[in-house]
Design a protein around this ligand. Sequence first.
Ligand code: FO1
Length: 327
Amino acid sequence: MEIIALAGGIGGARFLRGLLGHLGNRDDEWSTATVTVIGNTADDITLFGLRVCPDLDTIMYTLGGGIHEAQGWGRDGETFSVSTELAAYEVPPDWFTLGDRDIATHIVRTQMLRAGWSLTDVTAALCSRWQPGIRLLPMSDDPIETHVVVLDDAGAREALHFQEWWVREQARRPAQEFVFLGAAEAKPTPAVLDAVREADVVLLPPSNPIVSIGAILQVAGIGDALRSASAPVVGVSPIIGGAPVRGMADACLAAIGVETSASGVAGHYGARIAGGLLDGWLVAEEDASTSAPAGVFQRSRPLLMTTEEDAAAIAGATLDLAVELRR
Ligand code: FO1
């Protein structure tokens, strides 16, 4: 059986780790399912001449056992000698910290890209070391960058790279709009379109619906492929009781006028029967009384992924709902 998931960074990676744990404990045909992840590349940034792919690396490190667990990004056991030396040379930026081990990943990726490898092939090569237990596919091999429009002191619009907004400014200035530079020209890779077509179920983990899953859906053709897929699409609400579990989903949803609630996000994704994405929607018990759009089958359960067992139970419930909707 083929499971595919669209995933962003930390929340998506933890859900996927839970999914793999859950599959290992199943005793039906899904226990041998393959998992293909379509990863967001719109957070990517070039620093010191190196191409950094935060969401791909968070998934690769988390599932490969190399993640800095408390942070959810970057490597475990890091040292920062290179970063310290760069600061001594007063070479910017100093607001995005790259550890020595992490830099090795970016050196390998950058030199392979320069040699003409596609990001898809580079990612497969990096994953051959980490053995994440999933196939990690960048959403596109073409450049796409999320930029965030904020207002400067004079009230004029100013665009920041997503990482500048999120890391350098800690989202201090509210996002007025998100612009996905290059998305209209970018093409989904053939591997992504094949994976969607061959999927038996499609899962939308509790990643940020705007800048993570939303960015993937901005790539022309991916949304259409999902809407016409024969597989059921089941999402997990990233909002519990009106607040995001972590990250900046609320700041992002407000910017595009979507209510920060489980039903607001479900409405944003839309029901498949109404031209949207969702066949099923998993919400927290606090939101059991809220309603998903007509045609979306909603179920509720605890959604806090505090432990890996929690994540496995949530991923298992998501898969169970998708399996039910296949019939
Ligand atoms: N997030 C931070 O808040 N501060 C950092 O210095 C930082 C460095 C960093 C380096 C590599 C990497 O893969 C991720 C990093 N992140 C950092 C997290 C990153 O901004 C987010 O993981 C994603 O972009 C959001 O999904």
